[in-house]
Design a binder for this molecule. Structure first.
Ligand SMILES: Cc1ncc(COP(=O)(O)O)c(C=O)c1O
Length: 458
């Protein structure tokens, strides 16, 4: 497999990073000042610079600095920033019809995209799709649909889960940071421990634990933890994303499938972050051979345009009648055209395989760093969805606050975002079309940053 950059990547985006001025430069500063005055401060704004254009795995700021991107816009731009097939599809669609009125009329590309999603769905079993505008909206659709279908109203989510910032999706978020000041939340949501083996909730070791965390869900939470036996759905991230890029043991998904079958919950697989080649699979649940009842996609499936979709087995989706759910912009011309082109590109370029190959290379290098540096506590991942957990010491595993390390890497030209319940996990999740050479350059910068941080600590 050729692991170089695709031909279409711009010249300025090849030999990166390249910084002309210390970021944020004067032009970025000017824009940031105006932004701070008029735009809500709710966004975290980790990077104090202004993005102006992207190509491949590189981002240029307003001052002409070029950064290497290890975030893919939070796992959105899997086939690369500025992918010409996606850009052309957006332009062609904009020329014809921007808003397709999917609420009230039919539109060729919407049917084409739904057909493609059905074909590539796990086991080809999720044949019907509801289109919305964001990941969180896909989650809300799944909550409504699972209640409508089961007539139940109780849901299981996991500690460390993230399913979005609105309504019931927010009720399933497990971090105080997301929920503080926004309650009260709807009743009916119960939390189970996710198999976070590096920090086992029960201080056990895998595999000797026999997955005690799942026993706790089955025999503790469901029987004595408060539900009234009105099951609707269990929401599972097959690799926990915002919770810290946590890869569960291989038994986890099959046991969730069995639990749902036994207790009559619908299994909802939230593949909004994991899907579409990020983990080296089209859907991560394929790696366990598990077919969910509903599958949620967002992020990469919109090709960079706001998008979310809830795919379901036909027998489940068909309980909804016309008018049961709706959205003015769901199935919108721009997002459908961009998403369809992006998914086609992911398939045509075999990005699942590329993600596996590059991911294996990155995992090897990062594990070598783990052996070398005391502050790297854990390295885990699938494909190009890799988490590096930073600690004060390997022995205590006490989380080390990482924004300073993140800032240091950024000033060297590497954009990395974080995750984790303690905010101490770096995500290595670049656009999958990144070259092996660029991936190595990024890991070299990451090492320099870790080395400098550790030497300052001792
Ligand atoms: C697993 C998962 N579900 C849902 C969401 C929410 O998606 P959105 O931000 O598009 O609403 C996210 C976003 O990060 C996510 O990672």
């Amino acid at each position: 497999m050729d692991l170089g950059l695709p031909d279409w990547v711009a010249d300025w985006a090849r030999d990166v990073p390249k910084l002309k001025v210390a970021p944020p430069g004067p032009k970025s500063k000017e824009i940031i000042e105006k932004d701070k005055k008029y735009v809500s401060h709710a966004y975290d704004r980790l990077f104090q610079f202004t993005m102006t254009k992207g190509s491949g795995a590189a981002i240029m700021d307003a001052d002409g600095n070029v950064f290497l991107d290890f975030s893919a816009g939070i796992s959105v731009m899997n086939a690369g920033w500025g992918n010409p097939r996606v850009v052309q599809a957006i332009k062609d669609q904009a020329d014809k019809l921007i808003h397709s009125l999917a609420n009230d009329a039919y539109y060729d590309k919407e049917a084409e995209y739904a057909e493609l999603l059905a074909k590539i769905s796990p086991g080809g079993a999720l044949e019907s799709t509801f289109f919305g505008n964001s990941g969180a909206e896909a989650v809300e659709a799944a909550i409504k649909l699972s209640r409508y279908y089961t007539k139940g109203y109780e849901h299981i989510a996991f500690m460390g889960a993230y399913h979005g910032r609105i309504g019931n999706a927010l009720a399933m978020a497990s971090r105080v940071k997301y929920k503080y000041g926004h309650g009260p939340y709807a009743p009916g949501f119960f939390f189970a421990p996710y198999p976070y083996c590096y920090r086992c909730w029960f201080k056990q070791e895998y595999p000797e634990c026999n997955m005690l965390c799942i026993d706790y869900l089955e025999k503790g939470i469901l029987e004595f933890g408060g539900p009234s036996n009105s099951p609707a759905s269990i929401f599972v991230e097959p690799v926990q994303g915002e919770g810290g890029y946590i890869v569960p043991p291989k038994e986890f998904l099959p046991r969730m499938r069995k639990l749902c079958d036994d207790k009559k919950f619908l299994l909802v697989m939230d593949e909004i972050q994991t899907g579409l080649a990020r983990t080296g699979e089209i859907w991560e649940c394929n790696s366990a051979g598990v077919i969910p009842d509903l599958l949620l996609t967002g992020k990469a499936s919109g090709g960079g345009v706001p998008f979310g979709a809830c795919m379901a087995k036909r027998s489940i989706m068909d309980v909804w009648r016309p008018g049961s759910h709706s959205s003015t912009f769901g199935g919108n011309g721009m997002s459908i055209a961009a998403g369809l082109a992006h998914v086609k590109e992911i398939l045509a370029q075999n990005l699942t395989e590329r993600s596996k190959v590059l991911g294996a290379h990155a995992m090897k290098r990062l594990n070598e760093l783990k052996d070398k540096y005391e502050i790297i506590g854990d390295v885990r991942g699938k494909g190009l969805m890799i988490g590096v957990e930073i600690v004060k010491s390997k022995k205590t595993k006490e989380p080390l606050y990482v924004p300073q390390i993140q800032g240091l890497a950024w000033r060297k030209g590497l954009m990395m975002i974080t995750a984790g319940m303690f905010g101490n996990v770096f995500r290595i999740a670049p656009p999958i079309i990144i070259s092996k050479e660029q991936l190595d350059i990024g890991i070299d910068i990451f090492e320099e940053t870790i080395k400098e941080t550790q030497s300052k600590m001792t």
